[in-house]
Design a protein around this ligand. Structure first.
Ligand SMILES: [Fe+2]
Length: 335
């Protein structure tokens, strides 16, 4: 027996007798100290009371800080998980090492707060190269977007710092956060004010290129353009990203941003060659932010351009591809 009678009291209302035979040899320990407040474990956690296995928390369980404290108080120090779910457990553990639960300190300067958020965002993105996307990832991503959004809604001069902001990570890891800042600024300029709606746009912007991760760093970070075969594979990344996010039930707007961000209003985009009427205006907002950040950032095979050159490109090269009223609004708020 691993838990005391006292422990039973704290968990009795929640635990369920496990009705399938538990393969004890497949179980491994999971320490309570590894649980983070406001996180989700996407694997089953078992406990043994009086020689009987119980399912304490099924996959998808949301952990509140008071429950974690209560478990510790009652002397419950660990659960067990099935090693068949090892990969999910490793992802959860890796997220824990990033200390993503740390709160944004309102006493910091605007630049320091943005650096803090970009650090989190780049850390999350980097993790995707070794771990699979999980529900805790989405929760952390939403928190980053929410903190950024609050700064923008309080009229903090976010974009003043954004163009040159870097935390020493790769262009790929920092790009999502910058696109979220540009997209949310443009959305607010276009008079969108509903925080829930803006959060959906910001999350789509932050995660728009998540489907590229599966191509690996060797292909993504190589200082050269992709060859024909790689390009054919790469143009499917919006579909891969949307499919990956589908399993976490992200909202419609977020999913559509990920899926449509390379479509263009004149039908020249990819992967589906959608027409103007099929593309959501929220997607066009992110499209402009994505193109703009790509133009004003240095990349191995491309020199960066300044603000007016980027806006000129959005007006000329992209004249029929993106909404020019939105470009006008962007020209007034982008740095
Ligand atoms: Fe993309």
């Amino acid at each position: 027996m691993e838990q005391t009678g006292k422990n039973e009291k704290v968990s009795r209302s929640r635990i369920h007798k496990y009705t399938f035979p538990v393969e004890e040899k497949l179980l491994a320990k999971f320490s309570i100290s590894e649980l983070a407040a406001n996180s989700v474990t996407d694997f089953d956690l078992f406990t043994k009371i009086n020689d009987t296995w119980f399912l304490y928390a099924s996959s998808g369980y949301f952990w509140r800080s008071n429950e974690i404290s209560r478990l510790k108080k009652y002397g419950i120090h660990f659960f067990h998980y099935s090693t068949t779910e090892q990969k999910r457990v490793e992802t959860y553990r890796a997220l824990g090492t990033l200390e993503l639960g740390a709160k944004l300190d309102p006493g910091l300067s605007v630049e320091e707060r943005l650096r803090f958020l970009m650090q989190k965002s780049a850390g999350l993105t980097e993790l995707l190269f070794t771990c699979s996307l999980g529900p805790s990832f989405i929760i952390h991503a939403k928190q980053i977007v929410n903190d950024l959004l609050q700064m923008l809604l309080e009229d903090e001069p976010v974009l003043v710092h954004m163009k040159d902001l870097s935390v020493g990570s790769s262009y790929f890891n920092e790009h999502g956060f910058k696109v979220a800042a540009f997209a949310l600024t443009l959305a607010i300029k276009l008079t969108l004010r509903d925080p829930a709606h803006l959060l959906q746009i910001g999350l789509g912007a932050l995660l728009h290129d998540v489907g590229q991760v599966q191509f690996g760093k060797e292909m993504l970070f190589r200082p050269a353009k992709l060859d024909l075969d790689e390009t054919k594979r790469m143009i499917k990344h919006p579909i891969y990203g949307a499919l990956e996010l589908e399993q976490f039930h992200v909202d419609f707007i977020t999913a559509q941003i990920v899926q449509q961000h390379h479509e263009r209003l004149d039908g020249s985009g990819y992967p589906q060659g959608m027409q103007r009427y099929e593309i959501l205006p929220e997607v066009v907002v992110v499209m402009i932010a994505d193109i703009y950040d790509g133009l004003v950032s240095s990349r191995p095979y491309q020199d960066k351009v300044n603000h007016s050159q980027a806006i000129d490109a959005l007006r000329s090269k992209y004249q029929k591809k993106i909404d020019q009223d939105f470009v006008r609004a962007a020209s007034e708020v982008f740095p």
